[in-house]
Design a protein around this ligand. Structure first.
Ligand code: NAD
Length: 281
């Protein structure tokens, strides 16, 4: 097997302007995948709310980058697991941008522990941010989509939601029961919401990333030994970059994906292909 170099993080060309004039909110947008999605949405022509919970300078950097490239953006600090803060965040967005066309429910975290040692606080924090956070943001977005309805000049749909899930909505993960449970929950939340909202022309889908190079999983890729171990799980033999997910999110949120409803798009370099069986089984 040739030792393939990891791909550079910078996009090689701009993303197509398929979200012109649309208003998007990206949660957890001052780091990793959310940051890349917010920047790509700005390049695609959307106005972007950059949600974050800690790290004013990094949120500001995302906003300034979008503005420097000609887009509109502002940062909004809010904990997605807090109902009042989520409601206030959407109210401000509607005040400032007029409406909401796209939600990317991306904010997420891990609090890993062997199961016998897992505390209720670790369980509740992960379920609260990863699952309840997506419920609260999706509910606020859906209420606005239903109020406004379809505006044909903007999009074929009344609204689009992209839930950031994980391959761990399908692959069990020892030592991460809270995280895997939250992502399994996102799968059924997304599918139930997609079924309920499709008649209103609201499209709800998920992206399930594999291993993406972000601060959430530094230990899995930072040393050559860790990277090599990780590659045994990735048939495509490179780690994913945030831009790989951002391009998928732009497409899913655009009318190019108008007939895509209730689907999970795995963006994982083949991680779901049972790589352990590649040499027999
Ligand atoms: P990251 O740690 O770089 O980013 C997580 C973001 O969520 C940060 O901006 C953080 O501030 C924000 N956040 C955390 N708690 C929040 C809260 N209460 N309210 C608002 N924002 C909050 O990690 P990432 O890898 O970019 O993760 C983004 C999403 O992608 C997560 O849902 C994660 O589960 C998912 N994911 C990541 C990978 C991967 O390999 N990196 C794989 C599968 C799924």
């Amino acid at each position: 097997m040739p030792d393939l170099p990891p791909r550079p993080t910078a996009p090689t060309h701009r993303v197509p302007r398929v979200l012109s004039g649309q208003k998007a909110i990206v949660t957890g947008a001052n780091s990793g995948i959310g940051r890349a999605v917010a920047l790509a949405f700005g390049q695609a022509g959307a106005d972007v709310v950059v949600n974050y919970v800690v790290g004013d300078p990094s949120a500001d950097e995302v906003v300034q980058t979008i503005r420097a490239e000609g887009g509109r953006a502002y940062a909004h600090k809010a904990d997605v697991s807090n109902e009042d803060q989520v409601e206030a965040m959407f109210k401000r967005m509607i005040d400032e941008f007029g409406t909401v066309d796209i939600l990317v429910a991306n904010a997420g975290l891990q609090r890993d522990a062997a199961f016998p040692e897992m505390t209720l606080a670790q369980w509740n924090t992960v379920i609260g941010v990863n699952l309840t956070g997506q419920f609260l943001c999706a509910r606020a977005a859906v209420r606005e989509f239903l109020r406004r309805g379809v505006v044909p000049a903007v999009s074929n749909a009344a609204g689009k939601i992209v839930c950031m899930s994980s391959v761990h909505q399908a692959i069990p993960w020892s030592g991460h029961a809270n995280y895997a449970a939250s992502k399994g929950g996102i799968k059924m939340l997304m599918e139930s919401l997609a079924q309920e909202m499709a008649p209103h022309r609201i499209r709800v889908n998920s992206i399930a990333p594999g291993a993406i190079r972000t601060p959430i999983n530094t230990a899995a890729w930072q040393t050559p030994a860790a990277y090599e171990r990780l590659m045994t799980l990735v048939p495509y033999r490179r780690i994913g970059e945030p831009i790989d997910i951002a391009r998928a999110a732009v497409w899913l949120a655009s009318d190019d994906a108008d007939y895509v409803v209730g689907t999970t798009l795995f963006v994982d370099g083949g991680m779901m292909l049972f790589p352990g069986f590649a040499t027999g089984g």
